[in-house]
Design a protein around this ligand. Structure first.
Ligand code: SAM
Length: 250
């Protein structure tokens, strides 16, 4: 009899702590936005019983390791200059969907090569009534060669998709000159950065800034690698699907 009540109390706690953590980053969520996160959580956890969307099954972890973590990408970029964003290998929508909820003005394109995940994303987009948000089923290598996507975005983001030399080839072709690419990484970022120096240069990327941050409630250390695009990506990139991963640029 008591269980649902305890559970509801706990959720109130988790939600209000999340709002506090986001506030510490400098952003205030409206009740409507907070509801959107809540609905997203429900959809994620219920659909996760049917298709594999996330390894996290605890509400608190989803709020910190998916929602909060996703929002951190916006911290080091000048969001007032950003209107179009592409999330490459978004999976269940991270970091793209939390970013879209926090910044409703964005035009958001979510890309994933797994059809079932894209189906889930379309359900979330509809349920949350997110405008200017599109989930595309496809491979980054192919989409980045289409005129409607190539060098059309102010910002490309990605989390947990590939090591940096590969990821740069999947993401930088989408970014307009003067735009940004942010890779969400773990503690090993330094080494990936060394490996990716040649690739970044070849793809039009400039100097890389690194930001270290800690998730609240002791949930881990993260690194953001932030790259400004300085020149157009040569037409040869990205190479055919699978080639960037098989034979990473040096
Ligand atoms: N970014 C999400 C996150 O952090 O929770 C998902 C991470 S998941 C480990 C990697 C995702 O990238 C998978 O859903 C996979 O289908 C997608 N992916 C990998 N390579 C891709 C490519 N070349 N083009 C599009 N999607 C890709």
């Amino acid at each position: 009899l008591f269980l649902p009540i305890v559970k509801e109390d706990l959720m109130v706690d988790i939600r209000s702590q999340f709002l506090g953590h986001v506030k510490n980053l400098g952003w205030e969520l409206s009740p409507g936005q907070s509801e959107q996160f809540d609905r997203y959580l429900q959809l994620l956890l219920s659909k996760n019983r049917v298709i594999n969307l996330t390894a996290l099954t605890e509400e608190r972890e989803v709020y910190i390791k998916h929602f909060f973590d996703s929002l951190t990408v916006a911290k080091p970029v000048p969001m007032e200059e950003i209107n179009t964003v592409i999330d490459v290998g978004t999976g269940a929508g991270f970091p793209g969907l939390p970013l879209k909820i926090l910044f409703p003005h964005l035009r958001m394109v979510l890309v994933d090569s797994l059809r079932k995940r894209v189906g889930f994303l379309r359900d979330v987009i509809r349920e949350l009534k997110l405008d200017q948000t599109e989930a595309i089923h496809g491979r980054a290598e192919e989409l980045a060669r289409q005129e409607s996507h190539r060098e059309r975005f102010d910002l490309a983001v990605a989390r947990a998709v590939a090591r940096l030399p590969v990821l740069a080839e999947l993401c930088l072709p989408f970014v307009r000159v003067g735009g940004w690419f942010v890779a969400m990484k773990g503690p090993d970022a330094e080494r990936e950065l060394e490996e990716a120096e040649g690739a970044l240069q070849r793809l039009g990327g400039g100097e890389v800034k690194q930001e270290v941050l800690f998730l609240p409630e002791g949930m881990g250390e993260r690194r953001l690698l932030i790259v400004r695009k300085l020149s157009p990506t040569p037409a040869a990139y990205p190479r055919r699907p699978g080639i960037p991963a098989k034979n990473p640029l040096r």
